[in-house]
Design a protein. Structure first.
Lengths: 319, 198
């Protein structure tokens, strides 16, 4: 096939990056010229120091940022391929970041790393050790916020799901000790078993206050659990284990009466008595107030009734 | 017609030029912003080793000679590209005499193959188009570069390169035909195919 000759008019159109009318065969050529002309609408290069001394750099930056390519009719006429446009955007972004100062680049980088790490931690997708550290940090931040009054009392549970697990462990083991079964929950782990053992020993001595050592160590454990359980306990009645939890609250007499009437609670809750569960209540009544909660727990472990301690610890909001 | 940059239009050019001739830095900045990208592209297409530095040199020369310039925006464009053309020709001559040492980078090494994404981006990209133009004979390349980047007329180009307008027109046509043949020879599936249409 014989190719048609390019006329002067067609050449003029081509050199402006347009396809001449009726010459679709020249489309690749016009696209190539358009890609070349594109660099004419790009940002100007960095001026040399000698030249920059003669320029108004503030105005230059302002004009470059405010209206790149404005007032250039050829730029509007030019059809830019999407791939070329994406390349320009990429170059602009890289150029912007490279133009930042070292401090700004460091701050931006650190911010991006922190945000991504926090996001991954919230999603629970960090490696096990890192996730544990993240959960502890999140719980500490939540506790600090509660202490300072920044977080409301009924704030949602700390991130990570740990409180739910701990709460479930305590109640499940209460159920297990209720039925007298020797089976061990594989999810519970040694700590939870240790809790149950201490719970039973503390409850045994709850009435007479004969075993201060085991009771105190138990108190520490349950106090920790209680401080984690703050939020979930608000929702606890809806849980399957809610009965045991409910029944472990309150003072000794009413507990015993309620337990007797509730088939779910059974003897385990009875065994648990005031000693094991009540420190948690004391801490629950005084959220975020670690020292009064510990005092209350100590008193309970020594045989004092919960009625006294709960009044002392929670006296302000609910007289 | 304005080519590049922001803010300058035909009606404001005389004001900016007067201020620039008086030495106002804001006016010099406007001229730089409007014309520097095109000059930079032209110098790159001519094969300058340091197009950014050379662009700055060109504008230093332009600003030094502003006092002797009289004319409209089209004339100023021709004035700027005349200086740019002479500067790049000087640089190419010097390089031809001394030889060049080029620092190795993966991007410029022809033995390194780019990713599929890069190749797709470069299919009709600026670099490939520049490479095609560089394969043209020098006279054709000069004319096409000044037409494409400088947006100069045939007469203005004839003045810059020191040839008759008829010769410039012939060089332009031959250059475009050569580019078309090169594109057809290296046609990719993305380009339209007249054969397949038939």
């Amino acid at each position: 096939m014989r190719t048609q000759r390019i006329t002067d008019q067609q050449a003029t159109a081509l050199l402006r990056g347009r396809v001449p009318q009726g010459r679709d065969d020249l489309e690749p050529l016009s696209a190539m010229v358009g890609a070349l002309r594109l660099s004419s609408f790009d940002a100007p290069p960095q001026p040399s120091a000698h030249l920059a001394a003669r320029l108004d750099l503030d105005r230059l930056n302002w004009l470059s940022a405010s209206a790149p390519g404005a007032g250039a009719p050829g730029c509007r006429d030019l059809e830019i391929a999407p791939a070329v446009r994406a390349g320009i955007r990429k170059r602009t972004l890289v150029g912007w970041f490279a133009g930042l100062g070292v401090a700004a680049q460091l701050v931006l980088g650190a911010g991006a790393v922190t945000a991504s790490a926090a996001g991954i931690g919230m999603a629970g997708a960090l490696p096990p050790v890192a996730q544990q550290l993240f959960d502890e940090a999140a719980a500490a931040v939540a506790d600090t916020g509660t202490l300072l009054g920044l977080v409301p009392e009924q704030a949602p549970a700390p991130v990570g799901g740990t409180p739910d697990v701990a709460h479930r462990d305590v109640t499940e083991h209460a159920d297990q000790s209720d039925s007298g079964s020797q089976t061990v929950d594989p999810e519970a782990g040694e700590d939870a078993l240790h809790d149950v053992d201490q719970t039973s020993s503390a409850s045994d001595g709850a009435g007479n206050g004969d075993e201060p050592e085991s009771a105190v160590s138990e108190d520490k454990t349950t106090q920790d659990n209680a401080s984690r359980d703050k939020a979930p306990k608000d929702k606890a009645p809806k849980d399957k284990s809610g009965n045991a939890d409910k029944e472990s609250r309150g003072n000794g007499k009413s507990d015993t009466e309620t337990r007797a009437g509730t088939p779910d609670s059974g003897s385990a809750a009875g065994k648990q008595g005031g000693g094991a569960a009540e420190p948690g209540d004391a801490a629950d009544d005084a959220p975020g107030n670690g020292a009064p909660a510990k005092e209350a727990a100590d008193k309970v472990a020594k045989g004092d009734g919960l009625a006294k301690t709960s009044k002392k610890s929670s006296g302000d909001p609910y007289p | 017609m304005t080519i590049a940059g922001a803010g300058l239009r035909g009606d404001t050019f005389p004001t900016v030029l007067l201020a620039a001739q008086a030495g106002a830095s804001w006016a010099l900045s406007d001229l730089w912003l409007q014309f520097a990208p095109a000059v930079h592209g032209f110098l790159k297409s001519k094969g300058s080793a340091e197009p950014e530095d050379l662009t700055s040199d060109v504008f230093l020369a332009v600003f030094d000679q502003l006092g002797s310039f009289h004319g409209d925006e089209a004339a100023f464009r021709s004035f700027v590209f005349t200086i740019a053309y002479r500067r790049v020709v000087d640089e190419l001559r010097k390089r031809a005499r001394r030889g060049t040492t080029v620092e190795w980078t993966p991007d410029t090494d022809p033995r390194c193959t780019g990713s599929a994404e890069d190749e797709a981006f470069d299919r009709i990209g600026e670099e490939r188009a520049r490479a095609l133009i560089e394969e043209l004979p020098v006279d054709q390349r000069n004319v096409l570069s000044l037409r494409i980047f400088g947006d100069l007329t045939i007469e203005q180009i004839a003045e810059v390169v020191g040839k008759r307008p008829g010769a410039v027109k012939a060089l332009q046509r031959r250059g475009l035909e050569a580019l078309r043949r090169k594109l057809e020879a290296t046609r990719t599936p993305a380009a339209s195919s007249r054969d397949s249409a038939k």
